[in-house]
Write a protein that binds this ligand. Structure first.
Ligand code: R5P
Length: 321
């Protein structure tokens, strides 16, 4: 876990009572959010004791009497980042914060939202119980994997979607795709998302029926929808190993898709080897957001910033409380 160097408190440009604090998972996003809000950045430090325990502290003057926003995607290592967030919340409460909300743009464990067999935990509920115990006033999150997360969480959520931002970024490439593309849901779980992209871009939808054979391998069974002669834009909420996208890409190409494969997803989880897998699998363009520390933008990857989206959500919270 990275240690955070404290930076001098900036004067709030808006005179608002909000102070943004960074966990170690994605300090750049916290800084961008503070800037978008015109809010001050508080000082926090996250380190480890020699035995591996996490130790955090916050500058009490930064948070005393303030509405604190803790920014921490629970990305890998998810358990450490989650615990760090809980410790930061406790530190802020004890230092006199007026309210504490969490911005968890990427919500780790959200995929473990059902038990497939007896003997498995309902992991997202366990995580939700931990977060509920921290008594956040609100939790802001982006493109949750499913509605189960909100249902099991005992904290009001402000849910936001990065799909319009990604769709706009896709539309900016529209001259190359106009009327000949198809939005592809790589599995049944992504159908709702695909319909939203289709609506925003006025493009048809196709769905790949996927069967997961292991943590990394996915077998496509059939493709529903007309993909022949069309350029595939495969969308998903997240890309982890790249297995789902790769399998969908092969399936639609087998069905006669034409042109280079473009992929858009909100959460760039991208475990080691995923980018190479996508490249080797024929993906020619990747659009993701920075809900968690993103891969470097290059000619192949476009990173769409979510700080303005999060800032709007935060303003809504403080307007409506
Ligand atoms: C699963 O339901 C999710 O929406 C994603 O499709 C999945 O988590 C992506 O994982 P991977 O990239 O490892 O296939």
């Amino acid at each position: 876990m990275a240690s955070l160097e404290g930076v001098a408190d900036q004067q709030s440009q808006t005179g608002s009572n909000v102070v943004v604090l960074r966990g170690s998972a994605h300090p750049q996003l916290a800084e961008s959010l503070a800037e978008a809000l015109g809010a001050s950045l508080g000082r926090s430090r996250c380190e480890r004791f020699p035995d591996g325990e996490i130790q955090v502290d916050v500058d009490p003057h930064s948070v005393d009497g303030r509405d604190v926003l803790l920014v921490q995607p629970t990305s890998a290592p998810a358990s450490d980042h989650l615990l760090e967030l809980l410790l930061l919340a406790d530190a802020c409460r004890r230092a006199g914060a007026r309210s504490i909300s969490a911005v968890i743009p990427y919500f780790g464990y959200a995929r473990q939202d059902r038990r497939k067999r007896l003997g498995e935990p309902l992991a997202v509920r366990v995580v939700a119980q931990l977060l509920s115990a921290a008594r956040f006033e609100r939790i802001v999150s982006v493109d949750l994997h499913s509605d189960v997360t909100e249902a099991v969480l005992d904290v009001p959520m402000e849910k936001v979607s990065a799909v319009p931002l990604l769709a706009r970024a896709l539309a900016e490439r529209g001259a190359r795709w106009a009327r000949c593309a198809v939005i592809v849901a790589p599995d049944l779980g992504a159908v709702k998302l695909a319909r939203e992209y289709s609506r925003l871009l006025s493009l048809p939808t196709a769905v790949v029926h996927k069967v997961r054979t292991s943590g990394t391998d996915v077998t496509p069974e059939l493709v529903a929808g007309d993909v022949r002669g069309r350029r595939p834009i495969i969308i998903d909420d997240m890309i982890s190993t790249g297995g789902t996208i790769l399998s969908a890409s092969r399936a639609v190409q087998r069905e006669g898709c034409e042109g280079e494969v473009v992929v858009a997803a909100t959460h760039a989880v991208l475990v080691p080897g995923a980018l190479e897998r996508l490249r080797e699998g024929g993906v020619r363009e990747l659009l993701v957001t920075d809900t968690l520390a993103p891969p470097p933008a290059d000619t192949w990857t476009t990173v769409v910033p979510v700080a303005p989206l999060l800032a709007d959500a935060v303003r809504r919270i403080y307007r409506t409380r």
